[in-house]
Design a protein around this ligand. Structure first.
Ligand SMILES: Cc1cc2nc3c(=O)[nH]c(=O)nc-3n(C[C@H](O)[C@H](O)[C@H](O)COP(=O)(O)O)c2cc1C
Length: 180
């Protein structure tokens, strides 16, 4: 039987060599003590209230995986000072129907990486605001805002920046304490 903490990880970017995806894959490699699944948002269709009563199977699976997870990690890119449409769309689906918000009271850790100098800080503060709407329990600190991505990953797309690795370890350790 697997007694490891169950973590669902979501990248707000679906591109193949996304830094945010690479960040989550690096954590999965590094933290063998947790049971981490990286969920790809590629197959989540655009939200449409007309099909909410008969949700697409990919959305049903997504909602179920959130519910089953002890913790959720979200790695967000910054698009025009906010989170990506891909991520917002997925969060909107997860919040529906009204009486079945998959994120309610879920412990959530957020992080992000960008090639620029602010490390997705503006997007993360938007994500925190959305998290209030979804009644998430988002950990306040440490904040993981990885700037200058090009120098923080190796040729195999793995995070090699020791300071960021330490912060992520701290975040996950704090999050484990949040599990009911
Ligand atoms: C539509 C779009 C908007 C962007 N806006 C921002 C921005 O506001 N701030 C920023 O630092 N980078 C911005 N970027 C650059 C992204 O940070 C960069 O493309 C990053 O690699 C995306 O994350 P990913 O590597 O996980 O796909 C933007 C990129 C795109 C495609």
């Amino acid at each position: 039987m697997n007694n490891k903490v169950k973590v669902l990880a979501i990248s707000g970017s679906i591109r193949k060599r996304s830094y945010n995806k690479a960040l989550l894959m690096s954590i999965k490699d590094h933290r063998q003590d947790i049971d981490m699944e990286i969920f790809d948002l590629e197959n989540i269709p655009m939200y449409n209230e007309d099909i909410e009563a008969n949700m697409p199977i990919s959305v049903k699976i997504f909602k179920q995986k959130i519910k089953e997870a002890d913790l959720v990690l979200i790695a967000t890119p910054e698009y025009n000072y906010s989170i990506s449409g891909v991520l917002k769309n997925a969060l909107d689906w997860a919040s529906r129907p009204k009486n079945d918000n998959s994120f309610s009271l879920k412990p959530v850790g957020i992080m992000g990486v960008s090639p620029g100098s602010l490390g997705t800080s503006r997007a993360q503060y938007h994500l925190r605001q959305i998290g209030v709407g979804l009644n998430m329990r988002i950990l306040n600190r440490p904040e993981i805002m990885i700037a200058g991505a090009k120098d923080k990953f190796n040729d195999e797309d793995r995070l090699v920046d020791e300071k960021s690795i330490k912060l992520i370890d701290d975040l996950i350790n704090e999050m484990i304490k949040m599990i009911d």
